[in-house]
Write a protein that binds this ligand. Structure first.
Ligand code: A3P
Length: 343
């Protein structure tokens, strides 16, 4: 067994002013955050107790990781890679929730909040059984969860690469998916209004300012992307943009297939493109997370799979916000050749 590496980063409390802002904008009272490391990633306070485990995760060479800043197209990348690696087994894909096939690495840090929500509700027998299974998947801390998974393991994470084990990309295939931050912000705003354990109470403008001031979870956004962008030429790394899927779905599927060493004939491609459409994702209970609504974890009026468009963000940005966003993006792209595909 390899020696455990001591955790290299420091933790910093957030300011009272930031705490007050969170308390004002989120109706859910339990969010407590902390900043980690030189980039100051904003993480759940509970992360502190597990940080060293994440930094020392035992990775297997046949693991497949999908890494992203949230709301960047993670679910569609998970579904695509899972199907490619599992002989296009649509029967299992349509019957086993993606959260079980492709667990979310750090979800256990939110388990207590979901459990508290669950205790407020009553369920019929069938829902209770399903909920039990979901909570089981959710509750296991990271090391136990990964150890219990048979190979090949499929793992989703929203953690930046620097907070995971430094051996990850050298050891296992990693797909990073990025998206225009304006679209990520709009999608995250709706996501924050979907989950009872967030219950965002503000307007989009307020959300935007939280996000671009690095005051929303796992920000700074650009640092998250740049860490992966720097590794994009590594043979184990595939760097994708959400916008590529909208521009040319078959070509993007082919790129992902080549990365995982698979080929598709025309018929297989046609079926996969159909399966991957956002309309079908909305109806597909294995990927749309509607079971969480059954369990009482969602608020009405929002859905996990939403519009699935690359340019919907334009409807949320007035002139002033557009200018602010453009300046912020330009500023952050100054020292890198990372560019978002135009839509
Ligand atoms: P919108 O909120 O802009 O619609 P993640 O899976 O990382 O949480 O990303 C969620 C975003 O991807 C949401 O964006 C969601 O609608 C979109 N999405 C999910 N499945 C999709 C698909 N099959 N095609 C296009 N977009 C999809």
């Amino acid at each position: 067994m390899e020696a455990r590496v001591p955790y290299p980063y420091e933790f910093k409390e957030i300011s009272d002013e930031e705490k007050a802002e969170v308390a004002r904008l989120f109706r859910y009272p339990h969010i407590e955050s902390i900043r980690v490391g030189p980039k100051g990633y904003l993480m759940q306070k509970r992360f502190r107790d597990h940080a060293e485990d994440f930094y020392n995760l035992p990775i297997r060479p046949d693991d497949l990781f999908v890494v992203s800043y949230q709301r960047s197209g993670t679910t569609l990348t998970q579904e695509l890679t899972w199907l490619l690696m599992n002989n296009l087994d649509y029967t299992t894909a349509l019957n086993v929730p993606i959260s079980h096939r492709y667990p979310f690495l750090e979800i256990f840090m939110y388990y207590e909040d979901f459990r508290k929500e669950q205790q407020k509700n009553s369920y019929d027998v069938e829902t209770k059984e399903k909920l039990q299974k979901t909570l089981e998947v959710m509750s296991l801390p990271v090391v136990e969860k990964l150890a219990a998974m048979p190979s090949p393991r499929f793992i989703k994470t929203h953690m930046p690469l620097s907070l995971l084990t430094p051996t990850l990309v050298d050891t296992a295939k990693t797909v990073y998916i990025a998206r225009d931050p304006r679209a990520v912000a709009v999608s995250s705003y709706h996501h924050a209004k979907l989950f009872k354990v967030l219950d965002f109470a503000g307007e989009f403008k307020e959300f935007w300012h939280l996000f671009r001031k690095d005051r929303y979870m796992i920000t700074p956004f650009f640092e998250h992307l740049k860490e992966a962008w720097e590794k994009r030429h590594h043979p184990n790394m595939l760097f994708l943009f959400y916008e590529e899927f909208a521009k040319d779905l078959p070509a993007t599927i082919r790129r992902v297939a080549a990365f995982v060493g698979k080929e598709l004939n025309d018929e297989q491609m046609a079926r996969l493109c159909d399966h991957m459409s956002v309309e079908n994702f909305k109806k597909n209970k294995s990927v749309n997370y509607e079971d969480l609504r059954e369990f009482g974890f969602f608020l009405p009026n929002e859905t996990f799979i939403r519009k699935g468009k690359s340019d919907d963000w334009r409807n949320y940005f007035d002139e002033e916000l557009s200018l602010d966003a453009q300046r912020w993006i330009d500023d952050n792209l100054k020292d890198t050749d990372l560019r978002f595909p135009t839509v």
